[in-house]
Design a protein around this ligand. Sequence first.
Ligand code: PLP
Length: 342
Amino acid sequence: MAYITISRSAFFHNLDIIAQRTGSVDKIALVLKDNAYGHGLKTMAKLASEYGITKAVVRSVHEAGMILDYFEHIHVLADIPRMDGPHSEKVCYTINAMEQIARFPKGSRVELKVDTGMHRNGIASERLTAAFEAIKEAGLKLEGVFTHQRSADTLSSEWFWQKKSFEKVKEEAVRLAEKYGLAPLRFHSANSATLFRGSSCDEDLVRIGIAAYGCLKMDETLGQPELKPVLSLWGEKIASRVLLPGQRVGYNGTFSAERELRVSTYDIGYADSLQRVLSDHSRTPEDVGLVGRISMDNSSFVANEDALLIFEDANVIAKAAGTIGYEILVGVRPDLERRLID
Ligand SMILES: *Cc1c(COP(=O)(O)O)cnc(C)c1O
């Protein structure tokens, strides 16, 4: 059966580079949403904890519940716990809109997301005072204020503009926290690209996903840290045959052998993140050619080995497929076996 390998040494190498940049492991909040970008939630939580990371970021209450044992602090980006659901002291929730405030159980630990220009989630920065009031009224425990950058990975002035607008929000939030007698707030705005773009890391934590998995891609002029991809996808051979000249492979026979050719079918298809647009024109990291159409659970290669490396750097096939590494990684099936290697 197809499987993936997770390289512990590549992951730790990336975390070393990230920690060097933040100045301390304590500042790293590892983003583990969406099955840890396809790497496997529990596998990566365990490894991160082994490395010494104590903070995680996930999307849902369900994900948080699966990794409680591994972290001291878990930030949920986009979910509201049920009033009668299980609660953990370790979990802190996000307020993404004013209308959500009343829906959080009293006493919930929360952080306020502020829209500093991305116009996706978060309250408008002009409504900060109103949000602080509503949070107090709802009996929630406000611990932090954060935002998200929309174009940190590209060369433009937008990054500076958003950074400036968050500086203003921070000043205002500090003033409001004093007014309402809150403990000092946590502030953060950096994802992977922001961390490697900024010259210093002066905020309380950084929310790091793609860089930890070794697939951060910045505009060339912005420089690129020497990260290593952590996940590799492997297919196992299902069948093998020698094609005669003129014989064709797969749906619609789009590939035709010009000479006698050994072709094998592997158990990886577009259901496993090998996107169908890669049909006919893709090559593996070991320079093996893919031939014919990619099927749902199968694809054919000019190969004969029992296990074939399909990709080791999601950005390479992402480029060929006209997408980004993130999309390739989250498309890796959660039920494939994760083999931990060194
Ligand atoms: C996904 C996400 C991140 C992580 O982004 P990377 O580019 O993978 O580092 C950080 N913050 C928020 C709010 C996110 O949704």
